[in-house]
Ligand binder design. Sequence first.
Ligand SMILES: *[C@@H]1O[C@H](CO)[C@@H](O)[C@H](O)[C@H]1NC(C)=O
Length: 276
Amino acid sequence: MKRAYVLVIVLAMMVSCASAAFYGKDSEVINLTPKTFRSEVYDTNYTTIVEYYAEWCGHCKNLRPHYAKAAKSLSGLAKVAAVRCDDPSNERLCAKANIKGYPTLKIYRPSKRAKSTPIVEDYQGARTAKAITGMVLDRLSNRVTRLSSAADVEGFVAQKEVPRVLLFTDKPNTPPMFKVLAIDFDSSARFGIVRKADKALQKRFGVKKMPTVVVVTNDEEGEEEEERAVYEGEIKKEQLYEFLSGFATPAEGRLKGVVPANSPQRYGLDSSHDEL
Ligand SMILES: *[C@@H]1O[C@H](CO)[C@@H](O)[C@H](O)[C@H]1NC(C)=O
């Protein structure tokens, strides 16, 4: 009698666990496998955070909603991924990462030297969406050139082989979204940030307000005629990405995620990062 009762409870628990995948289709967390780990985490210039977890682990369950929220808020800016270590097929992946407890969070970012393995760092911060998001944004590679004088700007703009994307802003730090756009269009455009533009410089580039994004191009041969396109749209990652696609080619394609690329949820969900 008692035994049957226990069995019923165990069965009920199994059913309830099986029905809810840890990070399901509605979440933006990328579920990594031995097949995808390398391409998602190593062969990329984006920053990735990986959670190594086990489904039975209580702290992992507590972290889950925060981690899913971080994934949403980092959508289009960085990759948020997870490896389920109590799945036998991921055993070697977790052993290789030297995972000693769950959850373990590691941040992978590309090394500055070409073709070398990423820099890996254990995330030791608070297990909240805000803290995780903040740390990942802090670890984005920065390919944006700081232009602190009119001479700097002219020197930068004079590099005619590829379009030059200038951000005029009064923000003290390079906004994460702009850093990621520089990764998105790596090698087919150059990105520069101008913080203190005097009237003459603003006039030269058609800047009427802060922030303003201007793309400077030259004709096919990189010859004389300089063209300037001032971005007039909303300050949203997706829209800026579309705009810049008119001038340059994305290097890795769109940041992949679980949510379809054309879904309105895909980018800019967390408006706090839609800032330049
Ligand atoms: C990452 O950036 C470097 C330097 O621009 C480039 O050579 C490399 O191809 C990029 N990697 C990927 C996967 O796009």
